[in-house]
Design a protein. Structure first.
Lengths: 159, 190
């Protein structure tokens, strides 16, 4: 009997030591508001347009922030969370639209407009610095070749 | 008699004749941008899908994982309700919608569909449980369905006839069960 009890105690002790017998689901990590807001400020809820998620006061946004907290607690990365939100609610939740489709215009037009502006300014400054072209002297009037005109002029001179 | 044109003048003539590709490109670009802007503005001003309009087709994946295609429901009257768990006015009509669904369910020719707009799943499921809602509901993934209907907010409900044409549009909550029945009943005899 003593041997059996000893064996049981030893078995229990070994289980405790290895953690097998008392294995529990890992508790979700504590996530701070700053961690949540770091992601939330990159997202926009379609319900309250133009207000970043980190400062939006609606219940919908509060639920979204709670969802971010939950996913961070589960160990998901920022990219994974953003991918989830895009899949659920569409591209428009992102503060920076992904560079595809017509969204490319957002990234291409501003630099192009700046380059065009610089070019126009350069041309304007160049034209401004150049001295005005000298006004050429009036060219001598060519002798009238037309016989009719010549005769009229001759008649006029006679008068 | 040959006229001797100075070399500079020839260059100027050549410059004048040559097309200004840069300018053409800039104008084409500007006009394209204006076109896109105009298209966006026109679309934004269109407003929600209105009565007498054909409904846009979509597939709803319910919270249970079932796929429901709207065009597959032709021949049935469809009540399409946009809602969200964070929407307080939605709660006002939730019980009435469920009561209406239970009223029509035995007939088999009326379908109620709930589209959960910009919501989080745990809260949405809690909402469905709270109001004991039994008709199919699913999230508006990517907000594609609400964008197709160009909804102004939630709740919004479309009553669609057997041919897929909107016959009634309720902006805001239905005030009573009778008002839901009044929107559906005229379509049952058609």
């Amino acid at each position: 009997m003593k041997i059996i009890c000893l064996a049981l105690v030893l078995f229990g002790a070994s289980l405790l030591a290895s953690g097998v017998g008392v294995a529990q689901a890992p508790e979700p990590a504590v996530v701070s508001d700053d961690q949540v807001n770091a992601i939330a400020k990159q997202l926009y809820c379609p319900v309250c347009e133009n207000i970043p998620l980190d400062v939006c006061g609606t219940q919908a946004c509060a639920q979204w922030r709670e969802l971010i907290r939950q996913k961070l607690g589960e160990g998901q990365s920022e990219a994974e969370i953003k991918t989830y939100f895009v899949a659920q609610y569409g591209d428009r939740v992102l503060a920076s639209p992904p560079a595809r489709g017509l969204n490319w215009l957002v990234y291409v037009i501003p630099p192009l407009a700046i380059l065009a502006g610089v070019y126009i300014l350069y041309r304007a400054l160049k034209a401004w610095k150049q001295p005005a072209p000298q006004v050429s002297q009036a060219e001598p009037v060519a002798a009238p070749s037309d016989e009719y005109v010549r005769r009229i002029e001759e008649e006029l001179r006679k008068r | 008699m040959e006229v001797d044109i100075p070399e500079e003048t020839q260059e100027e003539v050549a410059m004048r004749i040559r097309p200004h590709w840069g300018r053409i490109l800039v104008w084409v670009g500007l006009l394209t941008l204006l076109g896109i802007l105009a298209w966006g503005l026109i679309r934004a001003r269109q407003g929600p899908v209105s009565v007498e309009n054909q409904v846009p087709d979509f597939t709803l994946t319910t919270f249970e994982g079932e796929n429901i295609k709207l065009s597959d429901l032709r021949g049935k009257v469809v009540v399409l309700n946009f809602w969200a768990s964070w929407c307080k006015p939605c709660e006002e009509e939730a019980a009435d919608l469920e009561a209406a669904w239970r009223h029509y369910q035995p007939r088999g020719d009326v379908v109620f569909l709930g589209i959960d707009y910009v919501d989080t799943e745990p809260e949405a499921k809690a909402y469905l449980e709270k109001f004991d809602i039994t008709y199919p509901n699913g999230p508006d993934l990517g907000t594609r369905i609400s964008q197709a209907f160009r909804i102004a907010g939630v709740p919004e409900t479309y009553t669609i006839d057997r041919e897929g044409v909107v016959r009634h549009r309720q902006i805001g909550p239905f005030p009573s069960l009778e008002s839901i029945l009044a929107a559906v009943d005229p379509l049952l005899g058609q």
